[in-house]
Design a binder for this molecule. Sequence first.
Ligand SMILES: [Zn+2]
Ligand SMILES: [Zn+2]
Length: 78
Amino acid sequence: MRTQDQQMAGSCPECHQGSIQCSHNYFEEGDLRIASWEHRCNECGFRETTAIRSDELEEEEKANFDLCPFCQRRSERN
Ligand SMILES: [Zn+2]
Ligand SMILES: [Zn+2]
């Protein structure tokens, strides 16, 4: 299963002109869940990404699995 959720996440910290698009890609296989997050500016190309694997999370971190580490929004993936 693979889902994607995208939202605008405010103005760019680099160029202060563009808008940041926050993308959440979610993939699930058996017990393993993988989330990748990307913030990308539509003006200057500023980009930051991270990936989270459920098998590398501490127990208390699992509640934050659907939260973007950059803007802390909760993904609206289904
Ligand atoms: Zn920018
Ligand atoms: Zn975000």
